[in-house]
Design a protein around this ligand. Structure first.
Ligand SMILES: Cc1ncc(C[n+]2csc(CCOP(=O)(O)OP(=O)(O)O)c2C)c(N)n1
Ligand SMILES: [Mg+2]
Length: 638
């Protein structure tokens, strides 16, 4: 008998380094949803160092162009992860980028970006480098030498902020690891940052890879159907409900369910309330759009939510801002129905967890409701909604409008002016400061992809890279980044990247001399103004209470290659935004505003703990009030 293996079982192989194999594998991964197919990873972002220059870097030089994958060079590792996450968000999670860094500081600079991606459920493939797997040159430059755990490295910091983590200490591990990373990245319920840490020696090592590893693979992006028993239960709950509302979250947008949302709510006359990730799914002036809900919510949505007896939560994480730290829902009989692809989100607030895709469930649910001849909400409900919405829309217009005889602008005015000049189809991008709450209330998007807020991590610094990500995802779209002065000072350098890439981008810097939203919060918590404004150190007191530190943002932006405009008046802001629309390249518009012209109180609340003991009378009084308010919180729903 022959000892030779039968020929059919012998796979052909190709000898490549780990870096080269990784590029070739990534190029062959596709996604498909609703019969539409596209490549999942659009290209590589990277900053090189000794950790990746000759390993994955060499692989990118040799293979990426040939495979049709573009390479981009950012100015900061965190920036490139934000760009990738924003790109993925705008593309409804159907494509993203891979990001490569060196070891140590380069790798750690990506950790914050990983947190942003994971919290917001946005896919990014992160490829930090790691110290030598063979340990020979230890300690290599930038190696953290853990005194007792030899296998711990800086890359372990990715574990809590990633949905997938692996370290490749032998080449062939890639064949197990990469498919699993892509399964998670392309699963709407599990997605987030997938981190594959690559020791620098292993990246350059060769292996004989079976050619099947590089065959095209199409990942189906699932749209789960609801269980029929649960649909029945939702129908029965809706039939009993007198004041149902929908909360629409990011899931509605990612599943592209805007037509279904409109049809469903129109058929049954149910009010739609919006979260940061869900705003825009229904046009702002649609009769059923009651506006934003929760801590940053408006009067219409919040009044309905206070009394609601049934909450149909569609694709939302039900964060503290949405639930007003669990104080928003005061009807003792209130019940939640959680429609979500992710079981964790579907079950929040003791909801009936319906694991389903929003686009799929709404027509199904409508049919089941028709079968039982459910007519929807009554006339009283609808009249009330119309009245509340009308009041809220008027209030928004009033808040945005410049008061007569007032010379200094508020940032609320600036938002109104920019929105008017940019139009409702331009995508507005923001993440931190006062503006996310103000935009949620005041911005009027006229397209489901015209409102892009990163409010899962609310990460200062996401804004400019975020704008780049959106622009790369849809080059035809006008993109307007709204950014506070404090955030601009923290991360502005990706302007250079936008200039280098020849991207057309409008960036509005709202200058109110520092971290005014935190100063506002400080006051709400009964703490004296401290450490938030950008002021000189006072020579006499030794504290940061001197004059404002003047920053010439216009000059700063010009130095990076942007066209910059200082626009202190309404007319100048409008003109600058209109001109930016006509101009190619990056335009930075600097709008100085009066820091004390703040959003009027709308009776909303967000739980930020107040000191239980204090020498200050103001803090003690605030604590008393805080103890009253927290009684409204509901840690348990039945
Ligand atoms: C990376 C990061 N650090 C700290 C915070 C906490 N934080 C939220 S907003 C803010 C100040 C933002 O200042 P600016 O951009 O000027 O906006 P403004 O508050 O003035 O509206 C801070 C420190 C954060 N969200 N992200
Ligand atoms: Mg500021």
């Amino acid at each position: 008998m022959s000892q030779e293996a039968p020929e059919v079982l012998m796979s052909k192989s190709i000898r490549l380094t780990v870096g080269q194999a990784l590029v070739r594998f990534v190029a062959k991964q596709y996604v498909e949803r609703d019969g539409r197919e596209n490549r999942f990873i659009e290209g590589f972002w990277g900053i090189f160092g000794h950790g990746n220059v000759s390993g994955l870097g060499q692989g990118i030089v040799e293979c990426a162009q040939e495979e049709g994958l573009r390479f981009y060079r950012p100015q900061h590792e965190q920036g490139m992860v934000h760009i990738s996450a924003a790109f993925a968000k705008h593309r409804n999670r159907l494509s993203t980028f891979a990001c490569t860094t060196s070891i140590g500081p380069g790798a750690l600079n990506m950790v914050t970006g990983a947190g942003v991606a994971t919290v917001n459920r946005l896919p990014v493939l992160l490829l930090p480098s790691d110290y030598f797997a063979n340990r020979v040159p230890d300690p290599v430059l930038q190696q953290i030498e853990h005194p007792s755990e030899r296998d711990v490295s800086a890359s372990d910091a990715f574990r809590p902020v990633s949905r997938f983590f692996d370290r490749i200490s032998r080449p062939e591990q890639l064949m197990a690891s990469l498919p699993e990373a892509f399964r998670i990245l392309t699963d709407p319920a599990e997605t987030g940052a997938a981190t594959v840490s690559l020791p620098e020696d292993v990246q350059a090592e060769a292996f004989d890879w079976p050619i099947e590893f590089f065959e095209k693979r199409v990942w189906h992006v699932r749209r789960p159907l609801a269980e029929p028993e649960l649909i029945k239960e939702v129908v029965s709950r809706l039939q009993k409900a007198e004041c149902p509302i929908v909360i629409t979250g990011g899931g509605t947008i990612y599943s592209e369910a805007w037509a279904e949302l409109k049809a469903f709510t129109e058929e049954f006359g149910i009010a739609v309330t919006e979260t940061q990730a869900g705003k825009g799914a229904l046009n702002w002036n649609h009769a059923l759009n009651a506006g934003p809900i929760g801590s940053n919510g408006g009067t219409a949505a919040n009044e309905l939510a206070t009394e609601a007896d049934l909450i149909l939560a569609l694709g939302t994480r039900l964060t503290d801002f949405t639930t007003a730290s669990r104080s928003q829902f005061q009807n003792p009989r209130v019940q939640f129905v959680g429609v979500n692809v992710a079981p964790m989100d579907a079950s929040k607030c003791a909801a009936l967890p319906v694991i389903a895709d929003v686009k799929r469930i709404l027509p199904e649910l409508a049919k089941a409701l028709r079968d039982v001849v459910y007519k929807g909400t009554d006339d009283r409900y609808r009249q009330r909604l119309t009245k509340l919405k009308d009041q809220w829309d008027k209030r928004v217009t009033e808040i945005r409008t410049i008061k007569e005889n007032e010379s200094a602008l508020s940032e609320l005015n600036v938002i109104g002016l920019v929105n008017e000049a940019a139009g409702g189809k331009a995508t507005v991008v923001c993440a931190a400061g006062n503006m996310p709450g103000e935009l949620l209330r005041l911005w009027r998007p006229e397209d489901p992809k015209a409102y892009h807020l990163e409010y899962g991590f609310s990460c200062m610094g996401y804004e400019i890279p975020g704008g780049i990500g959106v622009k790369l995802a849809e080059p035809e779209r006008d993109v307007v980044v709204m950014i506070g002065d404090g955030t601009y000072l923290m991360m502005n350098s990706e302007i250079v990247t936008a200039v280098a890439e020849g991207l057309k981008l409008t960036i509005v810097v709202v200058d109110n001399h520092g971290y005014q939203c935190i100063l506002g919060l400080q006051r709400i918590c009964g703490v004296a103004d401290f450490g938030n404004e950008l002021r000189f150190r006072d020579k006499k007191t030794g504290t940061l209470t001197g004059e404002y530190v003047p920053i010439d943002f216009k000059k700063h932006a010009e130095a990076m290659g942007a066209h910059a405009v200082f626009a202190p008046t309404a007319e100048e802001i409008t003109k600058a935004v209109q001109e930016a629309k006509q101009r190619n390249g990056v335009t930075v518009i600097v709008a100085p505003v009066d820091p004390e012209k703040r959003m009027p109180g709308l009776g909303t609340w967000w739980d930020v703990p107040v000191a239980e003991v204090s020498a200050a009378e103001e803090t003690r009084k605030t604590r008393e009030n805080y103890e009253k308010i927290i009684k409204k919180q509901r840690s348990i729903f039945a």
